[in-house]
Design a protein around this ligand. Sequence first.
Ligand SMILES: NC(=O)c1ccc[n+]([C@@H]2O[C@H](COP(=O)([O-])OP(=O)(O)OC[C@H]3O[C@@H](n4cnc5c(N)ncnc54)[C@H](OP(=O)(O)O)[C@@H]3O)[C@@H](O)[C@H]2O)c1
Length: 441
Amino acid sequence: MSTMQAMRRTSPARWLLKDSQLPSISGALDLVANNKHFADVRHVSTLPTRGGLISPKGTGGRSSVSGVVATVFGATGFLGRYVVQLLAKTGSQVMVPFRGLEDSHRHLKLMGDLGQIVPMKYDIRDEESIRAAIAKSNVVINLIGKENETRNFSFEDINVDIPDRLSQLAHEHGGIMRFIQVSCLGASHSSPSKSYRTKAIGEELTVKNFPGATILRPAVMFGTEDRFLNRWAIQAKKLPALPIIAGGKTKLQPALVLDVAAAVVAAVRDEGTSVGKTYELGGPDVLTVNELVHIMFDTIREHPHVIDVPLSVAKLMAAPQEYLLKKVPFPLSPVFPFYSDYVHSLEVDSIVSPEALGFTDLGIKPRKLQGIAIDYLLAYRAGGPFMGSTVGERTAGPLRMICAAQLGNELLQNKQASFHAMFSVSFFENVQKAKARGFPL
Ligand SMILES: NC(=O)c1ccc[n+]([C@@H]2O[C@H](COP(=O)([O-])OP(=O)(O)OC[C@H]3O[C@@H](n4cnc5c(N)ncnc54)[C@H](OP(=O)(O)O)[C@@H]3O)[C@@H](O)[C@H]2O)c1
């Protein structure tokens, strides 16, 4: 706390500082040193300088002191914002190392009391900047991840080197009491996905360097800013048909991002029960990609126009983009609807193993996907969230128009065509029926 801040916070001394008499910084120092009103004011930061235990104070709200000073690497990402929010609202101080522009962390600043969210510019390859970011903390959380490789950062860099470096530095620090490494469900040496294989190595190195580390393996996460249902919904609106890889048979167990953030905070704040353990965080329902896509289509009230892309074709489609991403020195918007590693990850089911520790062991009841949890998809409804019929009014491309015409025709000619039929017919079924009825395709 600076001298000026200390002076302003000390109400008995306020009368000394009439506006016209505001002293300069050096004058203020003399004033503070010689005035009895400031004799018992602490002129130094109230934070510990080397991590360790801090006694909690207050009622547990945003203005209290939870005792947690956490450095959250990857705070600017999807999960990061929820972790920072949950930490800050209980009076924890959060260091936010960031690498991008000042704007990248601006939304986080408001989540905590004044001075509780501390952005710090850093470079993940510069150990000194990492040391500075964790210097005053007693908790380190690593949420750094990437869904594709780039010219600057491979999956080895992100999923192996970064957790390795952070856990080593956290161990060296001496005052870090909790290290939370967020990996992903399905992380395994034998996974077809390179990202999952490297995540498994990263987990091992983390535990080796920091034996008390807690490993959290979330399933694919959904939430307002997700890159899962939102991405499908955008594609459903823009493409004539949504590509589904390998028949959409892969089983997933999506988890709500808020529940995963709550699990991170629970692991930080428990009595040590999560120390050295690995948790698999999956939602309450196991659903196939196909089922999830249909839930998404139902929510946005569009006909489920899907196109099945065989695994081998999907790999071929993603390959040129993969090559370009590793070559160009700037971020590239995805041209194809999926990254190469995403295709590989769909080769195997991604569900919680029966013997694994999970949400309930951290005292959290995970929420279902359907219902309020995916209300954010309403924004994709034709005509706005609260408008539109039960089927989308907007048509994207001539094929969809033909399908709509075909369905209308079916409704006129065959009274049995129900709303259920309208939701369940796939794009190709529609096209085939339209062909059979003589529509010019
Ligand atoms: N999203 C999911 O569905 C899902 C599912 C399972 C597991 N996970 C794992 O959960 C963690 C968080 O996921 P998320 O969805 O929140 O990820 P995200 O939105 O992609 O955010 C990733 C974070 O990592 C940072 N980052 C990436 N590369 C970096 C680099 N080279 N140097 C420094 N920082 C870097 C990003 O910083 P910038 O903002 O500067 O880019 C961002 O803050 C990741 O480990 C991810 O693998 C995610």
